[in-house]
Design a protein around this ligand. Structure first.
Ligand code: GDP
Length: 294
């Protein structure tokens, strides 16, 4: 990911070469290029403007340190800003209740169902007793898909295939998780191809009924500019505590990470990096920033 961006940043840094101080002209020229690269990578323009301004302020105000070239200084500044823009520290799951509830929300095709199973396996590996459920009452195939994945990873899946009330399924699953001493209940919800009031309302009701420890918004990193509107809509209507970015393996631009974090202020907690269940990892802002800088 971030290929074009990495290239622009690196060429700017090279142009600063061995100069001892970051000069304004080279910096401005370079920042213009980085700005374009960010916009081309579909990063939201407001997020870009803030990012560029922050770098500019820091770079121009930076003290001249003996033995450190302007290029090295700028690398450090850009790196720090990138880490901040991507969330700073690694964001851990905040699971307090027993059973803790994790609600997954997002559009259809974002990778929610796959992510539910990936997350279940991740938590199971940590020794937690995990229950999965699907509250997607519109697509029986989605329920079966989750069941299949659950079987594959040895995590039980609570289903009520003929139930048409998504809130009831979520409540019943929670009751089962409580009475059978589960540590975590992961609820997969229905998605639609586009933002839909009815769907948001349903997710909100499930949230109200289950009081989740984490409401994680799942988004495909290939979504582009639209990601900002989708994230905002879900955050405003349902509320989220974090983000899971899927399909990071197939994204060469990487704008969604910066945009969605920038616009919602919510941390990116995990990244999906492939179709297999194990292609899943915590999101590390510092590693992503390092990769961008090469
Ligand atoms: P849902 O409609 O949101 O539940 O999405 P699904 O879980 O059914 O996923 C939609 C498609 O995306 C499937 O083909 C998944 O295999 C694929 N997918 C999900 N996560 C990832 C990922 O991290 N990387 C890649 N390459 N594909 C993924």
């Amino acid at each position: 990911m971030f290929d074009a961006l990495a290239e622009k940043i690196q060429s700017t840094i090279e142009k600063l070469g061995r100069k001892g101080k970051i000069d304004k002209e080279t910096l401005e020229k370079g920042l213009r290029e980085i700005k374009l690269a960010l916009l081309e990578a579909d990063v939201n323009y407001k997020v870009v403007a803030k990012f560029i301004n922050d770098i500019k302020e820091k770079a121009l105000g930076a003290d001249v340190t003996k033995g450190v070239t302007a290029a090295q200084q700028l690398v450090k500044i850009v790196y720090d800003e990138l880490v901040q823009a991507l969330g700073g520290e690694e964001a851990k799951l905040n699971l307090k209740n027993k059973p803790a509830v994790i609600l997954l929300i997002g559009l259809q095709g974002s990778g929610k169902t796959t992510t539910a199973a990936k997350l279940a396996k991740y938590l199971k590996k940590q020794g937690k007793k995990v229950l999965l459920t699907s509250a997607d009452v519109y697509r029986p195939a989605a329920m079966l898909q989750l069941k299949k994945l659950g079987d594959q990873i040895g995590v039980p899946v609570f289903l009520e295939e003929n139930e048409k009330d998504a809130v009831k399924i979520a409540k019943d699953a929670l009751n089962k998780a409580k009475s059978e001493d589960y540590d975590v209940l992961i609820i997969d919800t229905a998605g639609r191809l586009h933002i839909d009031e009815e769907l948001l309302e349903e997710a909100r009701k499930i949230k109200e009924a289950t009081n989740p420890d984490e409401t994680l918004f799942v988004i495909d990193s290939m979504t582009g500019q639209e990601s900002v509107n989708i994230a905002k809509a879900f955050d405003e209507a349902v509320g989220m505590t974090g983000i899971i970015l899927t399909k990071m393996d197939s994204d060469a631009r990487g704008g969604v990470a910066l945009s969605v974090k920038g616009v919602t202020g919510k941390p990116i907690k995990f990244a999906g990096v492939g179709e297999k269940i194990d292609d899943f990892q915590p999101f590390y802002p510092d590693r992503v920033a390092s990769r961008i800088l090469g």
